[in-house]
Structure formats: C-alpha cells, structure tokens
Design a protein around this ligand. Structure first.
Ligand SMILES: NC(=O)c1ccc[n+]([C@@H]2O[C@H](COP(=O)([O-])OP(=O)(O)OC[C@H]3O[C@@H](n4cnc5c(N)ncnc54)[C@H](O)[C@@H]3O)[C@@H](O)[C@H]2O)c1
Length: 320
C-alpha cells in the first residue's frame, strides 16, 4: 500500500502510546481512523490531538470502547464503526492493544496470566477474525499485528518472570508469519506485517497495572514480588515501607516512558513506512535490530545472565 489518503484504518489500543501516534499520523495523511480502547478518556485525547489541524472535508475519526480480549465487544466495535464511518470496508487493521504483567506461574494468579495472554494474543486473533470480512471487500488491505522483541526472545532480563507476555507475543509472530501464505493463497490483495518493537517510551507500565487491577498502584502481591525482585538484584528492602516501594514503581513507569531510546511517534513512523514498503517484518528501534542479530548469532546463550547484561550495557537498557 503506497499511500493512506482516502483509506480507512482500524486501530486497537488507540488511547495512548503507539496506537495514538499511529492514529495521528494516519489522519495527517488523510486516512479515516476508527479506534477502540478500554479507556474512553484516553481516546477522547487522541481524537482531540488528531483534530488539532482542521480535518479535511469528510475525514472521520471515531472512538469506540471495546476490550479486545472479548470477541463480542470487537464485533460491536466493528458494527459501530461501520455505521459511524458509513462503510462496509477497511484497508488497514492495526492490532496494537497490549499489556504486560502476569509473568509468573508461581507468584501471579492464573487470572492475571490469562488477562495478559488473552489481550496480547486473543486481541490479535479476534481482531483478524472480526475485521477480515471488511478487509476482503477493499481493493487492497494490510493487517499489522504488534508483537515485540519478546516475540523472538522470551525475557526482559534474568531477574523477571515473563511467561504470559512472551507466550502471547510468540503466538502473534507465528500467526502473522503463517498468515502471509494463507493470504497469498486466498486473498492476495491483503498483506500482513508483524511489528517487533524494542523499548519504546510509552505508558505501558502504568496502563498494564490499570488494566490488570483497576488502578495504577501495586497490589499486595505486586509489593511482595517487587521486594523479591529487588532482593534478587542485591537491593536490601527491609528498611523500605510499602509506600517507598510504590514510589519506586511510579519512578520506574516514568523512566520507562521518558528515558526510552525511541518515542512512540518515531515508532509509529517506522511502522507506517514499513507498511508502505510492503515489509512483513518490522523491527522498531536499534535495540530490536541488535537483539534480533544477537539471538540469531548465539541462540543457546539467549537466556544466560551474561547475554542479558552485555546486551543491556550495549544498548543502555535499564528495564529490570
Ligand atoms: N512500549 C514498548 O516498549 C513496547 C515494546 C514492544 C511491544 N510493545 C507493544 O506495543 C503495543 C502498544 O503498546 P504501547 O507501548 O503503545 O502501550 P500503551 O499502554 O501506551 O498503549 C496500549 C493501549 O492499549 C489499551 N488497551 C489495553 N488493554 C486493552 C484491551 N483489553 N482492549 C482494548 N485496549 C486495550 C490501553 O488502554 C492503551 O491505550 C502493545 O501490544 C505492546 O505490547 C510495546
């Protein structure tokens, strides 16, 4: 797809981060956008940002509250957007919504694990199922599924359990790669890409907590885990109060957003350029490119402590 003007895009998780920036850049290129999110407030902000410049005549930006892990809510989103945008077809589908958390089979509940897995994997799967009929009706289409570097490397460092997110992101990558052939055989006018970002400066840390627990404060279990994690990293937490640990978590979420090597806007531009260049694999960020090379060079070492430490030092990661 060489340009987006006059087309219609669906974006999941358009409320903040990369979804928001995708919406802004698509609208700036004259593309109609329909987004969903669990936060109506965040989407209202995205919509206002999209409309800072006067929208060209007839261009539509619509917002729809829907949880991507629930198929019926995605179907409602599809029916609402079809009506509000007066269309029976879409050209672009960005399955972008995602959260972290629920990483351990031991210290997280099954509910937390499945919440992350069902959003990160189920959201992509249901998204494709729900919107495929509308993509089929367009003259050309592109499905963009957001995985992560955790789609080819199942870790964020040796001190942190990360099973739910990694399992989901590997699934997104495998599904999208297999979809290349399925689409070529059955719907050659539709292409697809898997997006694998490295560290991008967004509010995913605090948003994930909100989706998992209803607010952005650590629960009692989270506090216990945070203490265990800090202990494993050689930090003595015995003199720290729970409030001290909460403050460290707030600072960590801020640093994740503000001290990242790449902004969400720069990431969205790379994703859209990748779609225009018809690339099926879109690595986002220098860290993602370097990690991809390293894992291929030394797969057997990928989960060794040394592998992480030397990689983190090379790219400046301070995630765990
Ligand atoms: N930020 C990073 O470093 C990074 C790295 C690799 C991959 N990713 C992936 O990129 C995608 C976008 O993440 P981001 O960093 O922009 O995060 P973000 O938290 O800023 O944006 C994600 C949006 O999805 C929404 N959302 C969460 N659960 C939802 C649900 N069940 N239904 C609908 N909407 C939901 C959130 O409210 C939020 O607005 C995610 O899939 C994430 O896993 C992010």
């Amino acid at each position: 797809m060489k340009d987006f003007a006059g087309k219609t895009a669906v974006i999941t998780g358009g409320g903040t981060g990369m979804g928001r920036e995708l919406a802004r850049q698509l609208v700036a290129e004259g593309c109609n956008v329909a987004m969903c999110d669990v936060s109506a407030e965040a989407m209202a902000e995205t919509k206002a940002l999209c409309e800072v410049e006067r929208l060209p005549q007839g261009l539509r930006v619509t917002t729809h509250v829907a949880d991507v892990s629930i198929e019926d809510q995605l179907k409602r989103f599809r029916d609402e957007m079809s009506e509000q945008q007066s269309t029976d077809r879409i050209h672009l589908l960005f399955n972008n919504a995602g959260i972290g958390g629920g990483g351990s089979l031991f210290s997280n509940s099954r509910e937390q694990w499945e919440r992350t897995f069902n959003i990160c994997w189920g959201g992509v799967y249901f998204g494709v199922r729900t919107f495929l009929p509308m993509l089929l009706k367009a003259d050309e289409g592109h499905i963009v599924n957001t995985s992560s570097v955790n789609g080819f490397w199942a870790s964020i460092g040796p001190g942190v359990s990360h099973t739910a997110y990694s399992a989901a992101k590997f699934a997104v990558k495998g599904f999208t790669e297999a979809l290349i052939t399925d689409l070529r055989l059955n719907a050659p006018h539709i292409k697809c890409s898997v997006v694998m970002p490295g560290h991008i400066g967004t509010s995913i840390v605090s948003n994930s907590r909100k989706v998992q627990t209803g607010n952005d404060r650590l629960t009692a279990d989270d506090l216990t885990q945070a203490r265990q994690r800090m202990k494993a990293a050689g930090i003595d937490t015995t003199a720290m109060s729970d409030e001290d640990i909460q403050n460290i978590a707030i600072e960590r979420a801020r640093a994740f957003r503000e001290e990242a090597p790449m902004t969400a806007a720069a990431a969205a531009k790379i994703i859209l350029d990748g779609v225009k260049a018809d690339r099926w694999r879109i690595l986002v960020g220098d860290d993602a490119h370097r990690l991809d090379e390293r894992v291929r060079q030394t797969p057997e070492q990928a989960y060794d402590v040394d592998f992480f430490q030397s990689f983190a030092a090379e790219v400046g990661w301070r995630l765990s």
